[in-house]
Ligand binder design. Structure first.
Ligand code: NAP
Length: 296
């Protein structure tokens, strides 16, 4: 017997790397949604979505995209969520679940919750999976396989709605855990947002070198710089929005990092091999733990 789909119709507002990966999975397995509707900011993206063939229907107007949907997933950059939530609110059916995939959670709750109509459920979520590529061509069906998705539901949220979104992510191949929104933002600040800030900054530092040294940086990039450039290739709008919407936690982690970097600088300046070696050992231990947890 085939499992019935979790949702009659899912509307994906934003159909880039994350939205199109969800759509591709929903297309491949019939137990997520009976119908897949995609929305983007531009018609060019929607034309491409139709060519790629993972949506049943595309709609340029978010209001038309959500009409009749029992699941609406916000998959645009987090800075766009408030306007989107305001636009779609009058067109949501009672019982519909709004969820999202945004990389910050306190800001998303702040921006979306005031617009959620009575009888509509809101379950914020964040799949911890991604690549440096964006747009509808970038998605793939195994993106969430073995990765975590964090849900940050507010107290009092309908448990049935939370369970349906958990099940959606499990069917996408993800492991699911609930977390407090503020805790989510602190954890993500250190595991994702700060590393991106450092990658963008180090590439900027290299760019600022005099021409001759810059040419050598590119030529000999394999020495370590290359790994930063992969992260730094990520979408500027998405990352601008993340930095501005997780400001406090990101600045706190940056402050801690700066203090630790200063301590390392002092050890290098005064020739403290024990300190330097200890710090490098800590890095190696973290890498080993990641490999053991299959998150490397
Ligand atoms: P993406 O590939 O750049 O796609 C973004 C999509 O949102 C596009 O379809 C775009 O439409 C649409 N969009 C952009 N601005 C919009 C606006 N103002 N109103 C409505 N739609 C708009 O982005 P992504 O990587 O999938 O990221 C989407 C969300 O997932 C973000 O909130 C991000 O924080 C979160 N996330 C990303 C990753 C990652 O590694 N990439 C991982 C986890 C979570 P057009 O193509 O027409 O411009």
């Amino acid at each position: 017997m085939t499992t019935p789909p979790l949702f009659k119709r899912i509307a994906l507002l934003g159909i880039g790397l994350i939205g199109s990966s969800v759509a591709r999975i929903a297309r491949e397995r019939a137990d997520i949604a009976g119908e897949i509707v995609a929305n983007a900011r531009t018609q060019a993206t929607l034309d491409r979505v139709m060519e790629l063939g993972f949506a049943d229907r595309v709609e340029l107007d978010p209001a038309r995209a959500v009409a009749g949907a029992d699941c609406v997933m916000l998959c645009a950059p987090v800075g766009a969520y408030e306007a989107l939530a305001q636009t779609i609110a009058p067109y949501l059916d009672p019982g519909c679940i709004i969820t999202d995939v945004g990389s910050t959670k306190q800001s998303v709750i702040r921006d979306v919750t005031p617009h959620v109509p009575a009888g509509v459920h809101f379950v914020p979520a964040h799949p911890l999976a991604g690549t440096e590529y964006s747009g509808p061509d970038a998605g793939f069906t195994t993106l969430f396989q073995g990765r975590w998705t964090l849900l940050t539901p507010l107290p009092g949220t309908d448990p049935g709605a939370v369970e349906k979104i958990s099940e959606l992510w499990r069917r996408c191949g993800s492991m699911v855990e609930a977390m407090e929104p503020a805790h989510h933002d602190r954890v993500l600040a250190i595991v994702s947002h700060l590393p991106h800030l450092i990658a963008f900054t180090i590439c900027g530092t290299a760019e600022g070198l005099e021409e001759e040294s810059r040419a050598q940086v590119l030529k000999f990039a394999a020495s370590g710089f290359r790994d930063f450039t992969r992260i730094a290739a990520s979408d500027p709008v998405m990352w601008r929005d993340i930095f501005l919407n997780n400001r406090e936690a990101l600045l706190e982690m940056l402050q801690r990092f700066t203090e630790d970097a200063q301590a390392m600088a002092r050890a290098v300046r005064w020739g403290d091999p024990a300190y330097i070696e200890h710090r490098i050992q800590q890095g190696r231990a973290i890498r080993r733990s990641l490999i053991e947890l299959k998150q490397a």
